[in-house]
Design a protein around this ligand. Structure first.
Ligand code: SR1
Ligand code: MG
Length: 409
């Protein structure tokens, strides 16, 4: 009997056996090697390659707790959600996600395209690399995966079936806690605030009642606004890049939620790269050029998203009432307001909450790190409280530049 007929968490040597028994991908004479390469918070990622042919795959396996902490008990069904959503996204946004070769519901493992010739975008941005096609790629991904899974386009019964199929309670709970609650209340006492910034965070965040009230509204939007099948964790660690290629990975947090969640999360993560570059790059032409590229990227994501969204709406809209004059613009404005709110929330959670980002934690000098954190958090408060005043890329960039000016001039 196969040892893979019952779920267990694999080690690299098991993965080699698994591939030989379960996968028709490698040649018969393949000389396989395997290494666990995961550096995320939740799963185990194995790369398997054949030393003879050079062919390779990646296998992602879900454990029943998160890697970052046993406190998070998680259904391994998230692996099914990820495999299925990757395949759906591959149809809606061809070329912008890895190819899925196999999903195994017993082992809760997905075998997919190896993207080792790409780099995780967060790390590339920390090395001040530019990606000229990124705006175009990511806005196509956003518009196609969001609009084309919404009630604007899909038959409503078909959409409701998808809502059922991708109900994702445990992963949503992580987001509800880590993004929408803990950074503003510390109610589970597991926030991880940089100690020299603790008093500032208490006064400016925990004690800001208006902020907490607005976050409460956003939390209920997240839990109830089943607009589209969102990726659910679209940060720069969930994106692989080369100069010519963008691949969005990791949609295990996918569920039917507000479209602005994906848009806001990606904007916040480019803001982290921008603030990192402001603080760490030495004066000179290279700094000026790179800061400009990052600013243009933030502006471009919002403005191209708007342009492509309206175009795709006109081409795909099926719902009769959504064809009312002006409804497309009203709907899009709401999405952009939601995105502004989520930009603020995402900036807060990575500085105050449990899971941080290297863009900020790699800043060694205490004063520099304090400035970086306060730039992000000051802008975050405005994105959240004034979210209904954000429409264009210019609106988004002005807020973060005001905050940079406040702390770095
Ligand atoms: C317990 S998981 C912490 C975070 O890692 C993922 O990337 C998600 O952003 C989640 O909130
Ligand atoms: Mg992830």
């Amino acid at each position: 009997m196969s040892k893979f007929n019952k779920y267990f968490l694999m080690k690299p040597e098991d993965v080699i056996e698994y591939v030989k028994e379960k996968l028709e991908f490698f040649d018969k004479d393949a000389d396989l090697e395997c290494k666990e390469i995961g550096d995320g918070n939740i799963n185990y990622i194995f790369r398997v390659w054949d030393k003879n042919s050079g062919k390779s795959v990646v296998i992602k396996q879900a454990g029943d707790t998160a890697r970052i902490s046993d406190e998070f008990k998680l259904s391994t069904d998230r692996n099914r959600i990820e495999a299925e959503v990757l395949q759906l996204e591959g149809k809606l946004a061809p070329g912008l996600v890895p190819v899925v070769y196999k999903y195994d519901e017993i082992m809760q493992a997905t075998v997919m395209e190896d993207l080792s010739n790409h780099t995780i975008m967060r790390y590339a941005l920390l090395e001040y690399k530019k990606f000229p096609l990124f705006i175009d790629h990511i806005t196509t991904f956003l518009v196609n995966t969001l609009l084309l899974t919404s009630d604007v386009v899909l038959d409503h019964k078909e959409k409701k079936e998808l809502v059922k199929r991708y109900i994702n309670p445990e992963l949503c709970e992580i987001t509800e806690d880590l993004i929408y609650t803990e950074p503003f209340t510390n109610y589970k006492n597991r926030n991880d605030v940089y100690p020299p910034n603790l008093e500032w965070v208490k006064k400016e965040i925990y004690e800001d009642k208006e902020l907490r009230f607005e976050v409460a509204k956003l939390k209920f939007d997240f839990m109830t606004k089943a607009q589209a099948l969102i990726h659910g964790d679209l940060h720069t660690g969930s994106i692989f890049v080369t100069e010519n290629s963008t691949k969005v990975i990791d949609p295990e947090f996918a569920f039917y939620g507000p479209m602005g969640f994906d848009v806001g999360k990606i904007i916040a993560n480019i803001i982290f790269a921008l603030v990192h570059a402001y603080i760490t790059m030495p004066e000179g032409d290279e700094r000026v050029d790179y800061l400009q590229w990052l600013q243009d990227t933030i502006v471009g994501i919002v403005d191209k998203f708007r342009e492509k969204f309206i175009k795709a709406w006109k081409e795909n809209v099926k719902e009769i009432m959504a064809k009312e004059e002006g409804f497309d613009k009203w709907y899009l404005d709401e999405v952009v307001h939601d995105a502004a709110g989520v930009t603020g929330l995402s900036l807060c959670r990575r500085i105050i909450g449990l899971a941080h980002v290297k863009d900020i934690t790699s800043i060694e000098n205490e004063n520099d790190r304090l400035n970086a954190e306060r730039i992000c958090l000051t802008a975050a408060k405005k994105y959240i409280k004034k979210r209904n005043y954000y429409y264009t890329g210019k609106d988004f960039i002005e807020t973060i530049l005001e905050s940079v000016e406040l702390f770095l001039s």
